[in-house]
Design a protein around this ligand. Structure first.
Ligand code: FES
Length: 375
């Protein structure tokens, strides 16, 4: 496919860079830069200002900063032989919605298709019947990702559809290694770190800024890909089992190994796989202390409340952790940093009272030491 980008000012340059770098092999990408200030008077015909000798193209991308240039789209399309035009609205000062609709009508009279997505990265294949726009939207438009997880961390991210400015690729590269629970918010931060070309001006039509809308689309793409990734993780956990009901406990253990806890969707899938009622699966899982039904904190603090520890003041230690973390035992802090549990004898009675955090065993605990651990 031959694509011609009509750009003006800094706004279009990022698109040229991304398209040139990431367009599929075989696509021909050309661009023409319009002067930032056009000396067009009221009596002038815009077509008089069109550049001669533009390369031919199948698809024209209008990425101007001045609506006057957008008005030239029908002439430019005719000159270049374009069968379709995409004029994204990333900033209504560059292209107001009403003008976009007028241009679309003029192009339709010449049987040239036009798409004018409200932010370029909202474009999908379903938005147009034009083969040129659909072919473009298969690669550029609304972000689409595939995420592979390793336990609860992002192990790899594949970009299935990049934002036309290359933003999604940047987000994907920087999500690797991020914890699943942080990935959604981190995607939003990364989207801002690779400056979005959409405007920060409040838009009445959508009640938000176009930049926030673009960020939301990136975050949604991450959320959807994570869900798929979790499903895949469960399939991996189930693959070595035959579906006998006696396999229930090992399956629960493997599932928890993958996710760090037993998500609701996983419990449903396990019940379906073993052809058992969900209530039975929950009944077995809740019988054992080893299983968790909520995401736990990065640091799991286990306060031993066995007899020896109880006698030596474990409850005061536990209360201090609860005070410091602002949660009760069995709970997790809202930032998922800490989970607090009271557990039975951990087998280190000589060191009572005992607290275990990760692989560390803390003996002879006092409320003061609890403060410094949780602080
Ligand atoms: S009672 Fe706490 S370690 Fe045994």
């Amino acid at each position: 496919m031959r694509i011609l980008l009509i750009i003006q000012g800094d706004y279009g340059r990022r698109y040229v860079e991304a398209m040139t770098q990431y367009a599929p092999r075989g696509w021909e990408i050309n661009h023409y830069i319009f002067p930032e200030k056009l000396a067009i008077g009221v009596d002038d015909a815009p077509e008089d200002f069109l550049p001669p000798g533009l390369p031919g193209c199948d698809l024209l991308l209008m990425l101007q900063e001045d609506p006057v240039v957008a008005e030239m789209a029908p002439h430019l399309a005719e000159m270049t032989g374009a069968r379709a035009v995409i004029a994204p609205i990333d900033n209504k000062a560059h292209l107001p919605s009403g003008l976009a609709r007028q241009i679309k009508k003029k192009l339709a009279q010449k049987e040239i298709a036009m798409g004018h997505p409200l932010v370029f990265c909202a474009l999908t294949e379903e938005d147009s019947t034009s083969p040129q726009i659909q072919a473009f939207a298969r690669h550029f438009g609304r972000p689409k990702l595939e995420i592979i997880l390793d336990k609860e961390k992002v192990a790899a991210v594949k970009v299935l559809r990049d934002a036309p400015c290359g933003n999604t690729r940047y987000v994907a590269e920087n999500l690797v290694g991020v914890h699943v629970k942080d990935a959604y918010e981190q995607a939003g931060l990364l989207h801002h770190a690779h400056p979005c070309v959409a405007t920060m001006t409040h838009d009445q039509e959508i009640g938000d800024t176009l930049m926030h809308q673009a960020g939301l689309m990136t975050k949604t793409a991450v959320e959807e890909a994570l869900k798929e990734g979790l499903d895949e993780g469960l399939k991996d956990a189930l693959i070595r089992y035959r579906g006998h009901s006696r396999e229930l406990v090992p399956i629960l253990q493997d599932t928890q190994e993958v996710f760090g806890y037993l998500p609701e969707a996983a419990m449903r899938e396990i019940a379906r796989f073993l052809q058992l009622p969900e209530s039975h699966v929950y009944g077995v899982a809740t019988f054992y202390d080893q299983f968790y039904f909520h995401r736990r904190g990065r640091n799991q603090i286990k306060v031993c409340c066995g007899t020896a520890c109880h006698v030596k003041g474990a409850s005061r230690v536990l209360e201090e952790f609860e005070r410091q973390l602002g949660i009760g035992h069995g709970e997790t802090t809202p930032d998922y940093e800490y989970s607090l549990e009271r557990v039975a004898c951990v087998g280190a009675c000589a060191l009572a009272p005992v607290v275990v955090m990760g692989k560390e065993v803390y003996g002879e605990m006092t409320p003061g030491r609890a403060r410094s651990i949780a602080g």
